[in-house]
Design a protein around this ligand. Structure first.
Ligand code: FAD
Length: 291
C-alpha cells in the first residue's frame, strides 16, 4: 500500500480520526463505526494513543482492525512514560500488524507531571529515534499548531520547534483544530517563510455540540472562537438541535475554506460518531457513501 505522502502528491487526501473506548467499555460500537467510515473510502484512519500509554493495547487492536480491513491505519504515538526499549518493541509490533504510518507526538502531560517521565522530552527526539531505528519503514507525521502550542511562549519559538521535527525526518504535518481561517493562513505563511516545506494535513473538528465546542477550543487547546462561530453559539445557545444543524453547515464551510487554501489533506476528527460524519460528508458532497 502506498504512503499517504504519495497520495498527497496526487490530490487532497481525506481521512478520519477515532479514539479507543475506555478499558471497561466494549469495542463493538467503535468497530461498527469503523465499518460505516470505511464506506466513505478514506485514505487513512488514525487512532489516538492515551497519555502514558494507558490504552496502548486497545490502540494496537484498533489499528490492526483498520489495517486488516484493507485500509491504511495511522497510529498516534507519544513519548509519555516511554523508554527507548519499550518504544522500539511497540513500534516493531505496529509494523508486524501492518501499520507503517505514525503520528509522532510528545503527548499531553498528565495532570501534575513536569515532563514526560520517559527517555524523550520532545517529539523531535521521537521522530529522530524512529528514523534511526527503522529507517524509512514508517511514514511519519508530526503535530502542528496553527494557533501556537499552548505551552510555548511565542509563535517564533513554536515554529522553530516545528522545523526541528521536519529536520529530524518527519514527512508531513497534522494540525491541531483551528476554527479561525485567517489565523490558519497567517500560520501557513509563517511556517513556509521559516523553511517548513512539508505537506499540511489539516485537522477539522466537527461543530456539533455547543459545550463541547467551547471546551475543545478554550479549555483544552487555547484556540480562538472567531466571530462567525461565536454567532452560531449565541444564536443557538439554548437550542441544541438548531446548534447542531448550523454547526454542520459551519463545518462544511470550513472544509471548503481549507481546500480553497490548497492544503494537502483534510483530517476529520470523527469523534467515533459515524452519523454526524455521514451528514457532514453528504452535505459537502466531498465523499459519497458506498452502497
Ligand atoms: P512537541 O513538538 O514536543 O512540542 C511540545 C511543546 O514543547 C511545544 O510547546 C513546543 O513548542 C515545545 N518544544 C518542542 N521541542 C522543544 C525543544 N527541543 N526545546 C524546548 N521546547 C520544545 N496527545 C496524546 O496524548 N495522544 C494523542 O493521540 C494525540 N493526538 C493528537 C493528534 C493531533 C493531530 C494533534 C495536533 C495533537 C495530538 N495530541 C495527542 C496532543 C499532543 O500530544 C499535544 O499537543 C502535546 O502537548 C504536544 O505534542 P507535540 O508532539 O506537538 O510536542
Amino acid at each position: 500500500m502506498k504512503s499517504v505522502i504519495d497520495i498527497m502528491k496526487e490530490r487532497t487526501s481525506f481521512s478520519f480520526e477515532v479514539f479507543p473506548p475506555k478499558a471497561e467499555q466494549p469495542m463493538e460500537p467503535l468497530l461498527n463505526t469503523l465499518d460505516e467510515l470505511y464506506q466513505f473510502d478514506p485514505d487513512f484512519i488514525s487512532c489516538t494513543y492515551g497519555a502514558g500509554g494507558s490504552n496502548a493495547g486497545r490502540n494496537v487492536e484498533i489499528c490492526k482492525a483498520i489495517a486488516d480491513s484493507g485500509h491504511r491505519a495511522v497510529t498516534h504515538f507519544t513519548c509519555i512514560g516511554n523508554t527507548k526499549e519499550k518504544m522500539k518493541a511497540e513500534l516493531q509490533a505496529y509494523l508486524d500488524n501492518g501499520v507503517n504510518h505514525i503520528l509522532a507526538l510528545r503527548g499531553d502531560l498528565p495532570a501534575g507531571w513536569e515532563g514526560t517521565r520517559g527517555d524523550f522530552n520532545y517529539a523531535n527526539e521521537l521522530v529522530a529515534f524512529i528514523r534511526a531505528e527503522f529507517g524509512d519503514q514508517f511514514t511519519i507525521a508530526m503535530a502542528g499548531d496553527p494557533e501556537k502550542h499552548i505551552q510555548c511562549p511565542t509563535f517564533e519559538e513554536d515554529i522553530a520547534h516545528l522545523k526541528m521535527k521536519q529536520d529530524a525526518g518527519a514527512d508531513y504535518i497534522m494540525t491541531q483544530l483551528c476554527f479561525d481561517i485567517e489565523q490558519f493562513k497567517r500560520w501557513v505563511d509563517q511556517i513556509r517563510n521559516a523553511g517548513i516545506t512539508l505537506p499540511i494535513d489539516v485537522g477539522v473538528m466537527p461543530v456539533l455540540n455547543k459545550d463541547a465546542t467551547i471546551r475543545m477550543a478554550l479549555s483544552m487547546n487555547g484556540c480562538s472562537i472567531p466571530r462567525d462561530l461565536a454567532e452560531v453559539i449565541s444564536k443557538y445557545y439554548n437550542d441544541p438541535e438548531g446548534f447542531k444543524e448550523a454547526g454542520i453547515d459551519y463545518t462544511v464551510h470550513q472544509l471548503y475554506q481549507f481546500i480553497g487554501e490548497g492544503v494537502e489533506g483534510i483530517h476529520l476528527y470523527a469523534l467515533n460518531k459515524s452519523a454526524a460524519v455521514s451528514e457532514i460528508l453528504t452535505r459537502s458532497g466531498l465523499r459519497t457513501k458506498a452502497e
